[in-house]
Design a protein around this ligand. Structure first.
Ligand code: GLA
Length: 665
């Protein structure tokens, strides 16, 4: 169970360090404070291209040498970035053709970041050159333990609609389909008579005033993800050819919403899965959002440890109302990621900027300096991470449930006109994750291609697009003894975003033994009841049961008396179908019903507001306990709490907002 990417012994702790924004004397203060807080690694150089390559092929690397040496002398490792997220002004000035073009056909201007077209050969040359220069210079520096390609690729340049991108898109389509006839067939271009006579007639889906072909839009999303991945790989190759042997990664943006790229296809190319996660201040259960993102990051890492590359010490600057974190939230957030498999917690950023676009973003060293709660909590966290460092390399203990999540499916739902426009379908997966966590059941959030054997419960929550292979894998899990739960709006379209004929949920119709004839989304303020005592909002559908037991019926609303919830025995397992958009309390009761059906008991202690996760190694088990509530909580635990260095014999009491990491006996 040991892994090889860990840049430092134990758990990594630190953040983005931008010394170029500060005078030289501040650097000495920085490393002194880093040592005080227990920082073990910093991410360096993410946005410093223009200060390293000061003009075309004119280099000023001396200051970076000095910072890296200073960090090394103080025992702090470096995660060195290729600085390509932020092209220098001179590059945009000399080569405006690298700037991306938006859907309206307008080219962006200099002054932002990630402002480059992923398909631009000009940009590719400049980006791989800076990667090569840095790779050659620092490949063997003992401080540089990890490489960080660019930053949040796709965060600012997910799609480019320029002519170079169109040409790249055409080549990509040719490779995917071989013939234009196959493309016409896949996209269903008989509709509106939009047949293509040759690949040359295809362009990026620039604004055409009305809604566009869903197959075209979906393939453009896939292409855009592949174009960004191609760019990542070009930089990674440049680093390797320059002699870099340390692990190379890039920071993903895995969350509840569909990601900016198809990360399941990126994951095999990263030496470690690294994620950035920011809580949303207005979300009253933001810890569950965090938990879902962390479980999904672990799913991309095939269950192995991953790295939290960024989160915030306090407020961010990009939400409508940027509230500071509550006391203790910083520590709980970091530990929640670690509980769910991260082998480190890094922040954006080390010292709060005084100037520039992110001057209102929190930092480990705030504007007010070290006389602050953030600083005290940063130091507290640093101490805790040292005391629990032994968990590094361990894995989250065998989850009994899997939740399927797929970016491509999310993109397909997001395009064009739908039965319930604007509905955040991805919220179903989070609702299931939240309900399972509340009931003390650990779940893995995995891509549909992941192996499903070993899970007693497989949840398919609003997986709008499902391939035949996914449908077969889910059916196989049921036949093999798992309880499968499929929700509304799953398996509706195939991989070309074409509706599956014969009734919804097409790909899972035979498995669940029921199909919907018609969709009846509810009005915004409408609520219907079921004869199980549950209530639903947003979604109902008229279900025809072909080979299943009806477990619940609609009791009110347009479908009163019709089936709403079904269960079918399949092999040694079962397949449930829930057609209704259940409200949280009702979903919780469905979860309880399905857990009983699957024979799943909680694998961690349960209490209101408690988050409990277990990590295990060959020799040990550690129970992470995080009390998100404002009341103390007492739970069963036996062993040694590494946070307070006290023993727990049978139970442990956590103060309001308190944490414990119990090495279990
Ligand atoms: C992202 C970026 C960082 C910073 C933070 C702010 O995660 O990677 O550079 O902009 O957002 O929240």
């Amino acid at each position: 169970m040991t892994t090889t990417w860990q840049p430092v012994p134990g758990l990594a702790f630190g953040g983005d360090y931008n010394p170029e924004q500060w005078p030289r004397e501040t650097w000495d203060d920085d490393v002194r404070l880093m040592r005080e807080a227990g920082v073990s690694i910093v991410t360096l150089g993410v946005f410093s291209w223009g200060l390293l390559e000061v003009a075309d092929d004119a280099w000023d690397l001396g200051w970076l040498d000095e910072v890296i040496d200073l960090l090394h002398a103080n025992g702090i490792a470096v995660d060195l970035a290729t600085p390509t997220a932020s092209p220098p002004i001179w590059l945009h000035h000399d080569h405006p053709e690298i700037l991306p073009v938006n859907r309206s056909g307008l080219r962006y201007h200099q002054g932002g970041r990630l402002q480059w077209c992923p398909s631009s050969p000009v940009f590719r040359d400049y980006a791989t050159r800076v990667a090569t220069v840095l790779g050659r210079r620092y490949a063997t520096h003992p401080a540089v333990r990890l490489w960080h390609v660019s930053n949040e690729l796709g965060g600012g340049n997910r799609h480019c609609y320029c002519e170079v991108s169109s040409e790249h898109f055409r080549r990509w389509l040719e490779q995917r389909y071989g013939t234009v006839a196959a493309l016409n067939d896949a996209w269903g271009t008989a509709f509106w008579g939009h047949r293509y006579a040759s690949f040359d007639q295809v362009i990026c889906p620039l604004d055409s005033e009305t809604t566009q072909n869903p197959g075209l839009l979906l393939d453009f999303d896939r292409f855009s993800s592949d174009a960004l991945l191609e760019h990542f790989l070009a930089e990674k190759t440049a680093l390797r050819e320059a002699g870099v042997t340390a692990p190379i990664t890039t920071n993903l943006m895995v969350g509840v919403r569909p990601s900016v790229a198809d990360y399941a296809s990126w994951a095999p190319h990263l030496d470690v899965i690294a994620n950035d996660h920011y809580t949303i201040a207005a979300d009253p259960r933001r810890e569950r959002d965090l938990g879902y993102a962390a479980d999904r990051s672990r799913g991309l890492a095939s269950g192995q440890p991953w790295l939290l590359m960024e989160h915030s010490p306090g407020a961010v600057n990009w939400q409508p109302r940027n509230r500071a974190k509550a006391p203790g939230e910083l520590v709980r957030n970091s530990l929640a990621h670690i509980a769910r498999g991260a082998d480190g917690a890094l922040f954006f950023q080390w010292r709060a900027s005084l100037a520039g676009a992110e001057q209102w973003h929190s930092a480990m060293v705030p504007h007010a300096g070290t006389r602050t709660r953030i600083w005290r909590e940063v130091c507290e966290l640093g101490g805790i991470l040292q005391r629990i460092g032994e968990v590094a390399g361990s894995v989250v203990a065998g989850a009994q449930a899997a939740i399927l999540a797929d970016d491509v499916s999310g993109w397909a739902w997001g395009h064009g006109q739908k039965p319930l426009n604007g509905f955040p379908l991805h919220s179903l997966a989070r609702a299931w994750s939240e309900a399972l966590t509340d009931r003390g059941v650990t779940s893995d959030v995995v891509p549909p291609e992941a192996p499903l054997s070993g899970y007693r419960l497989v949840v398919v929550p609003g997986l709008y697009l499902a391939s035949d292979a996914t449908a077969e894998a889910v059916a196989e899990a049921a036949r093999g003894g798992a309880t499968v739960l499929v929700t509304h709006l799953s398996g509706v379209v195939d991989e070309h975003s074409r509706v599956r004929e014969g009734g919804y949920p097409g790909a899972f119709r035979d498995l669940v033994g029921a199909f919907a004839e018609e969709y009846l989304p509810l009005q915004a303020d409408e609520r219907v009841s079921l004869d199980t005592g549950w209530t639903a909002t947003d979604w109902t559908e008229s279900l025809v049961v072909t080979d299943a037991e009806v477990v619940g019926r609609y009791e009110s609303g347009p479908l009163a008396g019709s089936p709403a919830l079904t269960r079918r025995e399949v092999g040694t397992g079962t397949a449930w179908y829930c057609s209704a958009g259940l409200e949280a309390d009702s979903l919780d009761r469905l979860v309880a019903t399905v857990l009983t059906d699957a024979g799943i008991a909680p694998d961690v202690p349960v209490a209101p507001g408690l988050e409990a996760v277990r990590r295990i190694s060959d020799d040990h088990a550690w129970l992470f306990l995080l009390n998100h509530s404002t009341d103390p909580v007492t739970v069963d635990a036996t062993g040694q709490d590494l946070v307070t260095a006290t023993g727990a014999t049978g139970h442990i009491t956590l103060a309001a907002g308190g944490v414990a990491v119990v090495r279990e006996r």
